[in-house]
Design a binder for this molecule. Structure first.
Ligand code: TRP
Length: 337
């Protein structure tokens, strides 16, 4: 059976939240269980520097994200689970790719353009590139290197990342055209079933909106945060709309179809918001609790996490090292004898 390499990374800024879990980590762990899948999951710690210059934060976030994958049961015998920075071939490839990437292609990057647009919109400031580092500008190239170094076939990502996969395909094609066929063109997979969770204020749950529920909040805190989720002011007994309701859409991400149908009826019958919040808390807590215990134990055992990551890096480098030798040969950088 041919193996499909499925690869994805999480940038190590911040603490994993329910949105990351439902949208990315839970489906990735599910996918890793398929026999024809060869999963590559990694901590994108060099990507973190693009957004964050706080060493303590980058370090702590790496630990928390690594502990999260392990606590949720990622099978590291099957998956290759590693830190980006432990695979230096990625950085070296990144430069090779930089030298075949058209600047015009990077000019079109959404992440970069959004910053320029923000700058242009700001009053008293006509510096379009203010606060934009070369890291942000070249970020799609580093991301291409992440994928191409392992010849990833499928890359599960959120919609906001589709452009980066397309850029990686462009860059890979360009390299292949100049130096011969070395890279597989990666394909984005967007899981329509994986829901995008709304945050406390009803907007998309995101650390940039500061509206997240940390995945492994202690039970009390989880309850408190769920109680904070914004609702309308309909009274108990008044019929409620499931459409556009954050409590409902969050419930849907955790419950079976039958349970969702049952709750829909209760909405029509006028369930009280306080009651719905209790139901939601129970549902999430039941799913998360066992992993939360493992998570806390893992955070107290960083040596174990480090060992897993080193094993992962070794597996990853068994592929990346010889591949890089091949690529260096291809571009004409090699020994004289
Ligand atoms: N840029 C991605 C994000 O912000 C994270 C990431 C880095 C990634 N490298 C990757 C995702 C390679 C998929 C493949 O979500």
């Amino acid at each position: 059976m041919t193996q499909t390499t499925v690869l994805t990374g999480i940038t190590t800024t911040g603490t994993p939240h329910l949105g990351n879990y439902v949208g990315a980590i839970r489906p990735a762990i599910e996918a890793s269980k398929q026999t024809n899948v060869s999963p590559f999951y990694f901590l994108a710690d060099y990507h973190a520097l693009i957004k964050c210059n706080d060493p303590e934060k980058v370090h702590q976030s790496s630990l928390e994200i690594a502990a999260t994958w392990l606590a949720l049961g990622l099978d590291t015998d099957n998956a290759t689970f590693y830190r980006q920075s432990d695979v230096p071939e990625i950085m070296e490839l990144s430069w090779m790719l930089t030298c075949v990437t058209a600047k015009g292609l990077m000019n079109r990057s959404h992440a970069y353009k959004a910053m320029v647009a923000e700058n242009n919109a700001a009053t008293n400031n006509d510096a379009a590139d203010k606060g934009i580092t070369m890291g942000l500008f070249s970020y799609p190239i580093l991301m291409a290197a992440d994928m191409l170094i392992f010849n990833a076939n499928k890359v599960p990502v959120g919609k906001d990342q589709i452009q980066h996969i397309e850029m990686a395909r462009d860059i890979a094609s360009r390299f292949n055209h100049i130096y011969g066929e070395h890279f597989t063109l990666p394909e984005a997979i967007i899981d329509d079933k994986a829901s995008i969770l709304s945050g406390l204020d009803g907007r998309k749950m995101s650390k940039s909106y500061n509206n997240t529920i940390p995945l492994f909040s202690p039970e009390k805190k989880l309850k408190k945060l769920i109680n904070k989720i914004k609702t309308n002011s309909l009274e108990p007994g008044e019929a409620k709309d499931t459409e556009g309701c954050t409590l409902f859409s969050t419930y849907k991400a955790f419950a079976s179809e039958a349970e969702v149908a049952e709750i829909s009826q209760q909405y029509a019958a006028g369930i009280a918001w306080g009651e719905m919040k209790k139901v939601l808390f129970e549902k999430i807590n039941t799913e998360i609790s066992p992993a939360r215990e493992r998570y806390e134990a893992l955070l107290n055992d960083p040596e174990f996490i480090e060992q897993k990551l080193q094993e992962g890096a070794e597996k990853a480098r068994a592929i990346s090292k010889p591949f890089l030798v091949e690529l260096r040969q291809a571009i004409g950088i090699k020994k004289f004898s």
